[in-house]
Design a protein around this ligand. Structure first.
Ligand code: GRF
Length: 197
């Protein structure tokens, strides 16, 4: 079966990466081939997860080094799975033009709520609870030059409980939404890219 060469970018614990790999093994993403993991932080636990699954990994913050890695591996899909650096608009347009690829990101809220500059990690859930929303969730979207500003590919809602803390809400959104929709959205975009050729 024809597959789309994919790179997963991470910065932290890598639970989303773990679920992408597991989904791949379970046959949930038949058109996605994870070629390597890139971290901007050398101590990210996600790197250990990649190693445990025999997936090559690299650490770099250098745009031209990263672009070369992407070219060498013919990558057409970049999945940002807890990647805490903002990609420059030059990097995004070079990748899209030179490799005819797409970049997608997972964000732990229902965009356009609680997203954009400064909304990352636990802060997203603190703000959601402060506001008193009764439903939150996760969104997978295309990446453009505006943080969390690209078109939405998939969303899943999660109920907020009266006794939620930011941490309990974060964990439930990961388990019920993020870990499910990131593999499904990756597969959807891979199929779209295959159709474009
Ligand atoms: C997730 O909540 C993701 O939505 C956000 O960063 C977190 C990464 O968690 N962008 P992990 O590294 O995948 O465990």
């Amino acid at each position: 079966m024809e597959k789309i060469n994919t790179a997963v970018f991470v910065s932290g614990g890598g639970t989303n990466l773990e679920h992408l790999i597991l989904s791949s093994k379970k046959g949930i993403m038949p058109h996605v081939d994870i070629k390597f993991v890139l971290s901007n932080k050398k101590d990210a636990y996600a790197l250990t997860r990649a190693k445990n699954h025999n997936i090559p990994s690299y650490v770099s913050k250098d745009d031209s080094y990263i672009l070369n890695l992407l070219k060498e591996n013919n990558i057409r899909l970049i999945v940002l799975a807890g990647y805490l650096a903002i990609l420059s608009s030059e990097f995004i347009s070079n990748f899209e033009r030179e490799l005819n690829g797409k970049i997608i990101n997972i964000h732990p809220s229902l965009i356009p709520s609680f997203c954009g500059k400064g909304y990352y990690g636990i802060k997203v859930h603190q703000k959601a609870l402060e506001y008193g929303v009764k439903v939150s969730g996760a969104s997978v979207h295309f990446v453009n030059e505006i943080p969390d500003g690209g078109k939405i590919i998939m969303q899943k809602a999660v109920k907020v409980k009266d006794d939620d803390t930011p941490e309990s809400l974060q964990k439930r959104i990961m388990r019920l939404a993020e870990w499910k929709i990131l593999p499904l959205a990756s597969e959807k975009v891979a199929k779209m890219l295959l159709g474009e050729k």
